[in-house]
Ligand binder design. Sequence first.
Ligand code: ZN
Ligand code: ZN
Length: 116
Amino acid sequence: MSQADALDYLLSADYTWTERAFELLGRRELTVTPYEGGGAPCFVVSGRCPRCDHHLVDRQVTTALTGLSGPSRGGDGERPAFVVLDVTCSCGSEHGNAPAGAIGCGASFRIAMDAE
Ligand SMILES: [Zn+2]
Ligand SMILES: [Zn+2]
């Protein structure tokens, strides 16, 4: 009955999780859904955590818009080239050694995608 195989909490932003998240996105086991939240573009990241495999839901306001398309600055109508979402696992499941108040396994990963 107990989840003997549940991973211990580990604060980790290893690139492995970003790579796995990318694979999960490709298999649609992890999804990113945009929505409008008070005028700012927001995203809901939903699906399997790349580390602990538990279901997580993470709501994000895009604060990390990164223009990577060259030195052109200050033009009107300029759009960010990429949306970068830094997600921290918030699966809500118990993980061993988790600090008080922790709601996930401690893994952080990054999702980068083209801005629409
Ligand atoms: Zn996790
Ligand atoms: Zn978990």
